[in-house]
Design a protein around this ligand. Structure first.
Ligand SMILES: [Zn+2]
Length: 227
């Protein structure tokens, strides 16, 4: 990135007033923009942030290729990389142990079938762990008159979580790959949106109240490998 050359970026327009840059773990760059802003203004905005983008890219972990879905390949679980153990059994099952992720399934052990069992395992783990963190942090919000949002675990490409106005807390299944304190941070972040729609000073005060070290957790999350 030098001279007049700009990094590649995609533009997502929505009902918002300001421009925002997002760098994703795969190093892709996204500009969130108001609906009616001109392309030239978006380009100028990206150009004005060129140094910042270059610096952030240098700090971010290099995206790794996805690990294979074969016996012995290392996969992330709760922030640690542990090997898959693939065993033959008539029924599918998965167990996340301390030293291995044990997957049992009938032969042949095609990567596609292993992927399905692994994904279902991550999903079940996410449902149960996220529900526990919601139970842990929700009482304060209940006392403020909020209804407990219903949990939905999803595969999401560009966000860790969101809180819908229709009463759902959506959390990314990939949070099972990062350290538990980072996943908990996302749960608390979304719960705080029950009180505060944006990320202003009121929101930050709430985060300070519920999770005093949230900034450290957020930074750790942003640096976490996902593959
Ligand atoms: Zn938020």
């Amino acid at each position: 990135m030098n001279g007049d050359e700009l990094p590649e970026y995609r533009v997502v327009r929505s009902k918002r007033r300001t421009l925002e840059l997002r760098l994703h773990p795969d190093h892709s760059l996204e500009v969130r923009a108001p609906r009616r802003i001109r392309d030239a203004d978006i380009r100028a905005f990206v150009a004005s942030r060129r140094d910042w983008i270059a610096r952030r890219l240098r700090e971010m972990p290099v995206p790794a290729p996805a690990p294979r879905l074969v016996d012995g390949a290392g996969h992330l679980f709760l922030g640690r990389r542990i090997p898959l153990r693939i065993l033959s059994e008539s029924r599918n099952s998965i167990h996340f142990g301390n030293d291995a992720i044990e997957i049992r399934l009938p032969e042949p052990h095609s990567e596609e079938r292993v992927a399905r069992v692994l994904e279902e395992g991550y999903r079940r783990q996410a449902r149960s762990r996220m529900a526990d963190w919601i139970d842990l942090h929700f009482p304060w919000f209940r006392a403020r008159g909020h209804e407990c949002p219903r949990l939905r675990v999803k595969k999401m490409k560009t966000r860790w979580g969101s809180l819908s106005t229709r009463g759902y807390i959506n959390l990314n299944m990939a949070l099972m790959k990062v350290a538990p304190e980072c996943a908990e941070y996302v749960v608390v972040h979304e719960l705080c949106h029950l009180e505060e729609a944006n990320h202003g000073p009121g929101f930050q005060r709430l985060m300070d109240l519920h999770l005093p070290d949230w900034r450290t957790r957020r930074d750790q999350l942003n640096q976490s490998p996902l593959q």
